[in-house]
Ligand binder design. Structure first.
Ligand code: ADP
Length: 264
């Protein structure tokens, strides 16, 4: 639409000039009026796009606040119920009770740490410290079993290490451990595949696992204290490098996370 309007404005304006040169004044005036009209339409279109973008940003911000409040509510409620009961003398401050409170504090701590990592990943998009790195040697620092050709790829080592750590942690938490990591050269991009043979991810969940706070098995993962931010951080960092990440999975047979990174 944008290019159509720019093109139409330019063509009509040029026709106006051609007709002016050839002294066909009526045709010249009509062309110039049409060019002005198309230009006005183009400006309106740009304004609408701008307003739409602001509305989308606003909705994202509102949803984030609601999500964060929702995630904080559970551990805070559990913590305050336990502490209130102890203070009122309805419960003993037994080691088990204190341990339960401590678990909730730990959970809050890990949620805040994940949110900080995501904030850093998002703000670092413009400030990546990329350098040419031997990808295989780099991946082997996190996954010694990794195999594949030697490829030099420009990456921010610190940020990309966060990506590998998150996939390794997920493999352990959700996939009974990572079973293979392979690198390959696919023309303009390098590919890293991280696979496990765990329970896999259901088709209904697969499209959403990279979304903020999404957990495929809500009750089990909520109880285990996972925040649902690990893959959002992975996606943010990989895309900041101009790359892509996707997951392939078959229930009962395991999952494979595939990262592609531009080689230059
Ligand atoms: P978290 O691990 O904190 O729950 P993530 O964003 O890292 O959050 O992952 C989102 C969800 O995707 C997880 O809760 C889990 O349900 C699913 N998932 C991620 N990695 C795997 C895996 N290797 N095997 C099965 N499910 C996975």
């Amino acid at each position: 639409m944008k290019y159509f309007l720019i093109g139409a404005t330019l063509i009509l304006a040029m026709l106006g000039l051609v007709f002016y040169g050839s002294r066909m004044h009526t045709a010249c005036i009509i062309s110039l009026l049409l060019a002005l009209g198309t230009g006005a339409l183009f400006t309106t279109y740009l304004n609408r796009q701008y307003i739409k973008n602001i509305q989308i940003q606003d909705r994202i911000r509102q949803r984030l606040s609601a999500d964060v409040a929702h995630e904080l509510r559970t551990p805070i409620s559990a913590l305050s119920a336990n502490l209130e009961a102890i203070l009122e003398g309805a419960m003993q401050a037994s080691p088990e009770r204190i341990e339960a409170c401590y678990q909730q504090v730990q959970r809050l701590g890990s949620l805040v740490a994940d949110m900080e990592r995501l904030a850093t990943a998002e703000s670092d998009v413009q400030r990546l410290k990329k350098e040419p790195v031997d990808l295989l040697a780099f991946v082997q620092e996190t996954f010694p079993e990794a195999s594949g050709p030697s490829l030099v790829v420009p990456i921010d080592k610190q940020r990309m290490q966060q990506v590998l750590i998150n996939l390794k942690n997920n493999g352990e938490k959700h996939g009974n451990g990572v079973t293979s990591v392979t690198l390959s050269d696919s023309g303009k991009v390098a590919e890293i595949r991280v696979s496990d043979q765990g329970p896999g991810i259901a088709d209904k969940d697969l499209p959403y696992i990279f979304e903020r706070f999404y957990r495929a098995d809500q009750s089990r993962n909520r109880a285990s204290g996972t925040a649902g931010l690990g893959l959002t951080i992975v996606k943010t960092i990989v895309e900041a490098h101009g790359g892509k990440v996707k997951a392939e999975s078959e229930t009962g047979k395991g999952s494979c996370f595939i990262i592609t990174l531009p080689k230059n």
